[in-house]
Design a protein around this ligand. Structure first.
Ligand code: WTA
Length: 634
């Protein structure tokens, strides 16, 4: 039953586990309702929230900027905190695990008190509706607390990843005109203290406008520069204060953020209050199957959209317990993730597909050393998930009893758009799944015309959805019914409407006469027994031929026999002319902080070119290791 797919046979289909189906949040009735009612069916998403004024229309296409839930008024912090007090004030809202072993637990009542005090403190500094407040902190509780404090005030947060340089912070302060910064003195990472405040100070003093700054004391020896405020002093001074949640119109902005920018300059993205919050609450409910009694863990950084939507807003809107982890998934031990799942009895776990491959590389003995029976659903995001990683996640982590969802979405989409409905749809390992109910997708060519089913092209989203960012709502209103959002993701749509992702357009690799999405070739390489991770890039030095980087599973030699097996398998699957210029066996692949493989950097290494700054990498040491192996390899 667990036979591997090799792509030539009819792909394996996996029915949702029976125990999961019994309790799943949504049934096939939901898909039918969306088919019957069209965009009106999205009111189900809005109905998961509490509105101070109800919406007049679900989707208004007539307005200058297309509007979801027009006429509706709400406050996001009220929805994520206050409204749960009646029934759940003593339930845990945030369960925090610090990198230094410290833990903290916030009930919904604690969170209510903290958010109010922080909102009162920020208001005291002058923060008002529509001001932009920049947050520059790692995964400590003060980060979601200040995000919610901003939302309470109707101010927009602008979270900047804590690992970014002073320069990146300066650029984001400038581009958003943000006059407020909440940062921390430092934090712990892999056993050592990292200074954060120097970076914040450098950025702050190089922007032209004044920036009121608050510093969270995280390290033992906090210090403040002239004119800065200590977060704890401020919040203590406002303890017990109450700030009325500011009513926001559905289309009023909730926050700003930037696209991940692995391939180019990051773009600014603004998400709305009503549409965005409805979308993330709905997908947390329908796709991640989160229930209020669940302990849920999304192992991402809060600074990325994944963290905004699925650590903070989605699970808290539903009244669940969300886990927040400050450290690295393999620190201090390789089984850290499983130890946390076990000890906290995690019900739903969501992580990057590249993380799944790393876990697989470390070996199944790590998950199997722990009691993971609390898990009900496993989710993946961020890069295409190949069939073997899917099977490993399903078997070695889920014990074949968990639903597994591969969710596709982007910073621009706000929340999940493509995924199986875990209690309804069969999974096809290696394919993300159909568009979720209410979302319409197509695969189009460079001219925007639909390609035949089964042919590769660009994924296009052809109907509006509530989580769409503000830039898209304007374009959609201007272009009317013909509007489509064409992404730079290459994909294939099959006859059942399932989408298989092939990688980003900018990463296309030419092999023989064919242009491939990198994932097409990587999937085939990953079918080879013993290969845990793979990345394929084009090498200019090699006349445009492809170089493949692989990491092996634990205990597997990266020797000539392995590279021969890879060559042989690829030739068999993709044709004899699919010859790689080189196969490089490396200990690790360079990945961005949000878990994406940096293929651009790998092509620079393959060509012996300079690859510049590696501060955007989570594992910069991987680059040094690559140079050594690449140098030896040829
Ligand atoms: C990629 C992260 C294949 C894709 C939520 C997209 C995926 C980009 C998947 C957005 C998936 C995300 N399968 N590819 N399940 N999920 N991607 O903005 O290339 O950081 O365009 O948002 O990640 O990355 P972003």
């Amino acid at each position: 039953m667990t036979g591997r797919t090799d792509g030539r046979e009819r792909p394996r289909r996996v029915e949702p586990p029976a125990s999961f189906v019994e309790t799943a949040n949504v049934t096939s009735e939901v898909r039918e309702a969306f088919e019957r009612e069209g965009h009106e069916a999205w009111r189900r998403a809005a109905d998961l929230l509490e509105w101070s004024s109800p919406h007049e229309t679900v989707l208004d296409r007539e307005a200058e900027s297309l509007t979801w839930f027009a006429g509706g008024q709400l406050n996001a912090a009220y929805n994520c905190v206050d409204r749960h007090l009646a029934e759940r004030k003593n339930s845990v809202a945030i369960r925090w695990e610090g990198a230094d072993g410290e833990t903290r637990v916030y009930t919904y009542l604690d969170l209510y008190n903290e958010v109010n005090a922080a909102a009162a403190a920020l208001r005291g500094l002058g923060v008002g509706e529509d001001d932009v407040v920049t947050l520059f902190m790692p995964g400590i509780p003060e980060l979601p607390i200040t995000m919610l404090a901003c939302a309470r005030l109707g101010a927009l947060h602008n979270v900047v990843f804590a690992g970014y340089s002073a320069d990146e912070l300066r650029a984001r302060l400038e581009r958003t005109g943000s006059g407020y910064l909440v940062t921390c003195d430092g934090y712990y990472r892999r056993g050592s203290a990292v200074n954060q405040k120097n970076k914040a100070d450098n950025a702050r003093t190089s922007v032209e406008h004044p920036v009121e700054t608050v510093v969270v004391p995280r390290l033992d020896d906090p210090y403040l520069s002239e004119g800065q405020h200590d977060y704890e002093d401020l919040v203590d001074a406002h303890a017990g204060d109450r700030v009325d949640p500011v009513e926001r119109a559905a289309e009023d902005p909730l926050f700003v953020t930037y696209t991940s920018g692995t391939t180019g300059e990051p773009d600014r993205v603004t998400h709305t209050t009503g549409g965005y919050l409805s979308h993330v609450a709905w997908t947390s409910h329908a796709v991640l199957d989160i229930e209020p009694r669940d302990t849920y863990w999304c192992a991402a950084d809060v600074a990325w959209i994944t963290g905004h939507s699925y650590i903070v807003y989605g699970p808290l809107a539903l009244g669940a317990t969300t886990m927040l982890y400050e450290g690295a998934p393999d620190d201090p031990e390789r089984d850290r993730v499983w130890e946390l799942v076990d000890r906290n009895r995690v019900d739903v776990f969501y992580t990057a597909s590249t993380a799944v491959r790393s876990f697989m590389k470390h070996g199944a003995e790590h998950p199997s050393a722990h009691d993971l029976s609390s898990l009900r659903l496993l989710g993946s995001v961020g890069e295409p998930m190949d069939a073997r990683a899917w099977e490993w996640y399903y078997e070695s982590v889920g014990g074949e009893e968990c639903a597994v969802v591969d969710t596709w979405w982007q910073t621009e989409t706000g929340g999940i758009l493509v995924s199986t409905l875990p209690g309804v749809d069969r999974a096809k390992p290696g394919s993300a799944g159909p568009a979720i109910p209410g979302v319409e997708v197509d695969v189009v060519d460079a001219g925007g015309e639909s390609v035949a089913r089964g042919e590769p092209g660009h994924l296009a989203v052809t109907a509006p959805w509530p989580g769409m960012h503000r830039g898209l709502t304007e374009a959609a209103a201007a272009e009317g019914e013909d509007w489509a959002y064409v992404t730079s993701d290459r994909a294939i749509l099959d006859h059942e409407g399932y989408v298989t992702f092939l990688g980003r357009e900018d990463d296309t690799v030419t092999v023989g006469d064919t242009d491939y999405g990198p994932a097409t070739i990587e999937r085939v390489v990953l079918e080879v027994e013993g290969v845990a991770e793979a990345a394929v890039v084009e090498s200019h030095q090699e006349g445009g031929r492809a170089v493949v980087y692989v990491c092996t599973e634990r205990g597997v030699e990266g020797d000539a026999a392995l590279t021969e097996r890879i060559d042989h398998h690829v030739a068999e699957r993709l044709g004899e002319d699919t010859q790689f210029a080189r196969i490089v066996v490396a200990p690790d692949l360079p990945k961005t902080h949000s878990g994406k493989i940096m293929r651009r950097l790998l092509s620079a290494v393959a060509d012996g070119e300079s690859y510049g700054d590696t501060s955007a990498l989570r594992n910069p040491e991987a680059v040094g290791e690559l140079e050594t192996v690449s140098g030896d390899g040829d």
